[in-house]
Design a protein around this ligand. Structure first.
Ligand code: ADP
Ligand code: MG
Length: 703
């Protein structure tokens, strides 16, 4: 067995702090660190030196090209590769060059990235700018090695066309406001507060040959038809089950790739559904975590390919089976290591923590629709509110201990004690007694306090975690700002902060829900509390451009109104496009594969009935009934298909993006569901050898 030395390979392909210190002249290194710390522009001389060393280092790693690696609003990353080659010299040889200018600024032809009207195609200029806070890395694969420079992407006029620019802006906003808050509590030593983010990524793995045999997976990432296998996930035997060797070998390679890229791939296990798995790295600064999540998704797909597997990142590849999400774990940490969300052992007397906690409650309650929007994507519409997935209603889980502290505060005005963890008695003498946590977990909440962080579980597996973190940072920054405005003026801080916590807890207690979020009772209860239940992406989008949101984002310099309007426009467009692709794929599959196969099957059946009749005087009623049932379903299929085709055409006749999206949601999506019903029933009746594609059972139980 090949031995892996994790410590040795970790970060070997990253131009990280250690490498920079080693390779850069001392003065350049210090200058660079300073500019990063203070968020200033890099001067030309320093940039040239950094670029040169970065290139030399990358070439040693085998790199021939470099790319500005950025995250346009397509949800995935984009890159344009340039080689290091410069113009040939007189002797016919070439030099490898990379200037400071090339490091700092790129200019991809940006006309084909979504801009929501921000940039007309005739003004296609877009710029990428180095985000020096996220380290450059070399990616090695079959295509060779490439130096990747994480960048932000904006238009000629400076509007953000990506996830990173507003994320960095929101990190600034929360830094400023959180520092105000900690200063009130006498902390004069911390100089920076950064959101820490750890992203758990769920995914499915299936055999690549099955994937290729399913055009729906190829074109849309999910199955559009497919009957349930006799066994689903009801036995819960996959969850945390032993990892099969083929999968384990895949995971090993994923880990090695990620470790080389400095991604701390830490946890891996099987998930609830058969063929479903999860990977989680250790948390880090939000912008790096967002970049690393993109690398994780890319790596999962790439390595799967090498193992003849296909990684499905879609939120709901299989109807009726658990979908995939991405848990966004979020906390706020100072540069000297204080986690503002750490309650300590006795949360009731940790006033700063209680204030921060209540600010989060206020933020989530006041901007629930924005948080919901940040997790909205087309695929997630199929997951949220379904099997083992959070509901579409935003609420916060606090757990018994914190709930008790808040209840004390609200009812008596002071909190005097905290429920303590109890000894866990297993009843087995040979097992050690250990203290259990004061609070159990609740897996059904979309936004749960889990010890010293919040876990936002609504995000879809395929989506970027950029937007959820932009929203979280900004809404909490606003809550901090509001309370600081008041507390900074208070004559008696102790009294004022106490009253403030009590007031916030009371005003926002409706957002707290510690019960079962998967239950239908919660939907009713939430409605009584006036909480929103936004069930689909199209209904979520308007939250982006409400006056309240525009005011919020403009106040903290995260988005301008124009940027928000363009983002809303892009989202409507994406919804309609994805739905259109699904409808067209479904039509193709049904017309070209399903109907012909079923006709073949019925013809054979009819022939065999005649043959039996001709040979003997036997009862052929079973065959005849089958023939009638299958023929009837085939006819239902044809009718439903005609309806889908008709509705898709009507949907596409809408020019306005929003109207188009609404029409797709109200008419095309239901028409696809209606078409699926007879087809799935046919799959249960027709001879397996006549069915033109792998079944759910083939795909998820036979990897
Ligand atoms: P779970 O119990 O939900 O599986 P884990 O402890 O495995 O939680 O952590 C899940 C993710 O949360 C990991 O990426 C982990 O690094 C991250 N995480 C842990 N603590 C924090 C924190 N204080 N802030 C942000 N993320 C955190
Ligand atoms: Mg988790």
């Amino acid at each position: 067995m090949e031995k892996i030395n994790v410590a040795e390979i970790f970060g070997e392909n990253v131009f990280n702090d250690e490498t920079m210190r080693e390779r850069l002249p001392k003065k350049t290194y210090q200058k660079l660190k300073e500019t990063i710390r203070e968020g200033r522009d890099l001067d030309a001389t320093t940039a040239d030196v950094v670029a040169h060393e970065m290139k030399e280092w990358a070439i040693e790693k085998g790199a021939t090209h470099y790319t500005h690696w950025f995250q346009p609003l397509t949800g995935v990353t984009a890159e344009k590769h340039d080689s290091f080659i410069s113009a040939p010299m007189k002797n016919g040889k070439v030099l490898m060059s990379f200037s400071g200018k090339e490091l700092i600024k790129g200019e991809p032809d940006a006309s084909s990235f979504p801009s929501g009207g921000l940039r007309a195609t005739f003004e296609a200029r877009g710029y990428t700018a180095w985000d020096a806070t996220s380290p450059a890395f070399v990616r090695q694969d079959a295509a060779g090695a490439t130096l990747c420079i994480p960048t932000a992407f904006c238009s000629f006029t400076g509007e953000a066309l990506d996830q990173k620019t507003p994320l960095l802006r929101s990190m600034e906003a929360i830094n400023t406001q959180a520092l105000r808050l900690v200063r009130l509590f006498g902390n004069n030593t911390s100089t920076r507060v950064t959101p820490s983010v750890g992203v758990e990524q769920e995914y499915f793995l299936i055999d690549r040959k099955d994937f290729l045999a399913r055009k729906d997976l190829v074109y849309t990432g999910r199955t559009l038809i497919g009957a349930m296998p006799p066994k689903g996930q009801e036995m819960d035997d996959h969850y945390f089950g032993a990892i099969r060797e083929r999968i384990a070998s895949f995971m090993k390679d994923v880990n090695i790739e990620l470790w080389k890229l400095g991604v701390t791939s830490k946890t891996q296990h099987n998930e609830v559904a058969p063929a479903q798995h999860e990977l989680a790295p250790i948390y880090e600064e939000a912008n790096v975590a967002v970049d690393h999540n993109q690398l994780i998704m890319e790596t999962l797909k790439k390595v799967a390919y090498r193992h003849d597997l296909q990684c499905l990142l879609h939120e709901k590849p299989f109807a009726g089976v658990n979908g995939s999400g991405k848990h966004d774990n979020w906390s706020l940490v100072t540069d000297d290591g204080i986690n503002l969300l750490d309650p300590g052992v006795t949360p009731h007397d940790n006033i700063q923590f209680l204030l921060v906690l209540c600010c989060v409650l206020k933020a989530v309650d006041e901007h629930a629709e924005l948080l919901r929007e940040s997790a909205a994507d087309y695929g997630n519409d199929h997951r949220l509110g379904g099997d083992e997935a959070p509901p579409c209603i935003i609420s916060v889980f606090l757990g018994e201990q914190l709930q008790d502290v808040l209840t004390q505060l609200i009812s008596t005005g002071t909190a005097t004690h905290s429920i303590e963890g109890q000894k866990l008695d297993t009843g087995v003498k040979s097992l050690p007694d250990f203290m259990k946590d004061a609070t159990d977990r609740n897996r059904t909440s979309p936004f749960a306090f889990t010890g010293n962080k919040f876990e936002f579980r609504m995000v879809g597996s395929e989506d970027s975690v950029g937007e959820p973190n932009i929203v979280l940072n900004t809404i909490v920054a606003e809550a901090f700002s509001d309370v600081c405005d008041e507390l900074e003026k208070a004559e008696d801080f102790e009294v004022a902060v106490h009253d403030m916590i009590k007031r916030l807890a009371k005003d926002h207690q409706r957002i707290v829900f510690n019960g079962n979020g998967y239950s239908p009772e919660w939907v009713e209860e939430a409605e009584k509390r006036g909480l929103l239940n936004i069930t689909n992406m199209v209904d979520a989008i308007p939250a982006l451009i409400s006056e309240k949101s525009v005011k919020l984002f403009e106040k903290f310099g995260v988005f301008t109104r124009t940027e928000l309007e363009s983002r809303a426009e892009i989202e409507y467009e994406i919804y309609a496009k994805k739905s259109n692709i699904e409808a067209k794929t479904m039509r193709d599959i049904i017309r070209k594969q399903i109907i012909p196969s079923v006709i073949g099957y019925t013809t054979d059946l009819a022939n065999s009935i005649n043959a039996v009749r001709a040979a003997v005087d036997a009862d052929v009623s079973t065959q005849s009934e089958m023939l009638i049932e299958v023929s009837d379903l085939l006819s239902d299929t044809r009718v439903a298909l005609a309806k889908l085709e008709d509705e898709t055409e009507k949907a596409n006749s809408h020019k306005d993006q929003k109207e188009r999206a609404v029409y797709f949601r109200d008419h095309v999506v239901p028409a696809m569901a209606a078409l699926r019903t007879p087809v799935d029933r046919l799959e249960m009746l027709v001879d397996k050898s006549s069915w033109p594609m792998p079944s759910y059972g083939d795909m998820i139980f036979e990897v």
